[in-house]
Design a protein around this ligand. Structure first.
Ligand code: AMP
Ligand code: TRP
Length: 331
C-alpha cells in the first residue's frame, strides 16, 4: 500500500491556495487510495516570531478545517506534529546527515530570513534547520508520496536526498519519497499581486481568499483582483499573470483546463464574476461542516488524540531503526 504524508503550518488562516494546491486532493483522492497521514505541523510555526496563544488557536482551527474539507478520521490519520515525539527525534539525525550549504540554498530560508531581518527580528536557527524537521516528518512514516503545492517541492527534493544519503551511509532505512503537485493551481497567486504566492502569513488580506471568508468578502476580493492592462482573456502566466491566476482558480474549481476556459470569455468582468461564484460554491459545504465541527470541540480533541496514537505507532519502528543504524546504542 502506498503511504502518503503531508502537512500544513498553523501560521495563519488557511487560504484558497492551501485548499486548491494541497488539501482538496488529500480529501478527494489521497485518503481513499493510500495509507495517508495529514499533520498540523505546529513545530514549524515556531521558526518565525510567534505568539503562543495564536499558534494554539490556529492549530485547532487548521485541524478543524482539514476535517471540514473532508478528511475522514476513519480513512486517514489526522494529528498534530508536536504530539508525536518521533518527528523531533528523527530530525536530529537528519541534521547530522544534511550539510549547512544545502540548508542555506533553500529558497524559503532565503526569503524568510530576509523577511525577519527586514522586520528587525533575529533569524531563528530553526528557520535554517526547518527542512531537516520536514524531512523527518516525511521519512518517519516510510512515505512514498508527498502531495504539496509547488512551493514545497524543493524541500521534498531535499528529503529525498537525505534519505538516499542516509541509506547509502548506514544501510537501507528510509523509503525515498517523491512530491506530487496538482496539474492546475499548484501555485495560486495573490489577487492583488499576481507575481507572488497567495500565502497565509502575509500581513495584507485584500489579495488572499481565506477558507472561512463570507461569500460577499470572496466576491469583493475576486472582483477587485489585479488583472492586466490588456483586454483579451488569454491564458499566459508570463504576459498576463493576473488573468492566468483567475483562469487557474476557475479551472481548478470547475475541473476544466484554464486555456480552454479563456476561449469562452471576452471580458475580465465576466471572468471575475464566474470565478467568484465558483469559489463561493466550492467553499460553501466546507464552511457548513466547519460550523458544525466548531460546535463540538470535544470531537476534534478525540480525533487528534487517536491520530497521534496511531502516528506514533507507525513512526516508532523506522525511527528506532535509524537510531540503531547511525551508531547509537540500544537502550
Ligand atoms: P503552508 O501554508 O505553507 O503550510 O502550506 C500547506 C500546503 O499548501 C503546502 O502543500 C503548500 O505547498 C500548499 N500551498 C500553500 N500556499 C499555496 C498556494 N498559494 N498555491 C498552491 N499551494 C499552496
Ligand atoms: N513545509 C510545509 C509548508 O510550509 C509544511 C510541511 C511540514 C510539510 N512538514 C511537511 C508538508 C511534510 C509536507 C510534508 O507548507
Amino acid at each position: 500500500m502506498t503511504t502518503i504524508f503531508s502537512g500544513v503550518k498553523p501560521t495563519g488562516h488557511l487560504t484558497l491556495g492551501n485548499y486548491l494546491g494541497a488539501v482538496r486532493r488529500w480529501a478527494e483522492e489521497d485518503q481513499h487510495r493510500a495509507d495517508a497521514l495529514f499533520c498540523v505541523v505546529d513545530l514549524h510555526a515556531l521558526t518565525m516570531q510567534h505568539d503562543p496563544a495564536r499558534v494554539r488557536r490556529l492549530s485547532r482551527q487548521a485541524a478543524t478545517l482539514l476535517l471540514a474539507a473532508g478528511l475522514d478520521p476513519e480513512q486517514c490519520t489526522v494529528f498534530v506534529q508536536s504530539h508525536v515525539d518521533e518527528h523531533a527525534r528523527l530530525s536530529y539525525l537528519l541534521e547530522c546527515t544534511a550539510t549547512d550549504g544545502e540548508m542555506r540554498r533553500m529558497i524559503q530560508y532565503k526569503e524568510k530570513s530576509a523577511q525577519a531581518k527586514e522586520a528587525g527580528d533575529s533569524v531563528r536557527l530553526s528557520l535554517l534547520t526547518y527542512p531537516a524537521l520536514m524531512a523527518a516528518d516525511i521519512l518517519a512514516y516510510g512515505t512514498d508520496e508527498v502531495p504539496v503545492g509547488e512551493d514545497q517541492t524543493q524541500h521534498v527534493e531535499l528529503a529525498r536526498d537525505l534519505a538516499v544519503r542516509f541509506n547509502q551511509r548506514y544501510g537501507h532505512t528510509f523509503v525515498v519519497p517523491k512530491a506530487t503537485a496538482p496539474t492546475v493551481a499548484a501555485r495560486v497567486m495573490d489577487l492583488q499581486d499576481p507575481t507572488s504566492k497567495m500565502g497565509k502569513s502575509h500581513a495584507e488580506g485584500a489579495g488572499i481568499i481565506y477558507l472561512l471568508d463570507e461569500p460577499d468578502a470572496v466576491r469583493k476580493k475576486v472582483m477587485r483582483a489585479v488583472t492586466d492592462s490588456g483586454r483579451d482573456v488569454v491564458y499566459d502566466r508570463a504576459a498576463s499573470p493576473g488573468v492566468a491566476n483567475l483562469l487557474e482558480v476557475l479551472g481548478s474549481c470547475t475541473g476544466q483546463p484554464p486555456g480552454k476556459l479563456a476561449e469562452g470569455y471576452d471580458s475580465y468582468g465576466a471572468l471575475k464574476k464566474d470565478t467568484a461564484e465558483a469559489v463561493v460554491e466550492l467553499l460553501h459545504p466546507l464552511q457548513e461542516r466547519h460550523a458544525a465541527l466548531v460546535a463540538d470541540p470535544g470531537y476534534l480533541t478525540t480525533v487528534l488524540r487517536g491520530g497521534a496514537a496511531r502516528a506514533r505507532e507507525m513512526a516508532r519502528p523506522t525511527v528506532d531503526a535509524a537510531y540503531r543504524a547511525i551508531g547509537l546504542l540500544e537502550p
